[in-house]
Design a protein around this ligand. Sequence first.
Ligand SMILES: [Ca+2]
Ligand SMILES: [Ca+2]
Ligand SMILES: [Ca+2]
Length: 174
Amino acid sequence: MAQQAADQPATAAGENDRPAPGVAGGHRKAAFIAAYDTDGDGAVTLDEYDAIRKSRFDGADADGDGALNEAEYVAEFQGRLDQQYADQGLEKDERYDRSIEQAHVRFAIVDRSRDGSLSWSEQQLVAASTFARHDTDENAIVNDADPIPDPEDDGDTGAGATGDSNGATGTNEG
Ligand SMILES: [Ca+2]
Ligand SMILES: [Ca+2]
Ligand SMILES: [Ca+2]
């Protein structure tokens, strides 16, 4: 009864390789659905996904040149990070700074042409791989029917499929 939980619910510890609470939540389908299910039917279609991404992309494109430079990209990420910290009543901390650093690193990765500019088509490449990661039954809809290859809940899959380039494809998605 008075047992202390060994695993603290605090978000601050133990997830060093994850960007931040809920940020770009590549691994968690539920978070993905919550973030992109515009019409609230419990499923995320490609249309819903693209629409949100496009408006976010356009919103981040401060100078309106149709692409995101590193500052625009990081600012967009930072805006969402700030919101998450505010929502969770967290103070900015080391983890926050690290998340921002990671956003800079991610920009270098997603800017495939390495011209310092993230075009919408580059962004779409990232989006496609992120969506595909959740849409495990490949029907262009992410919903409860998609088996989760992440042994986080009951671990009956044992797939251990979270090891790929974590964060690298998470980019702007969350
Ligand atoms: Ca939907
Ligand atoms: Ca721009
Ligand atoms: Ca699916």
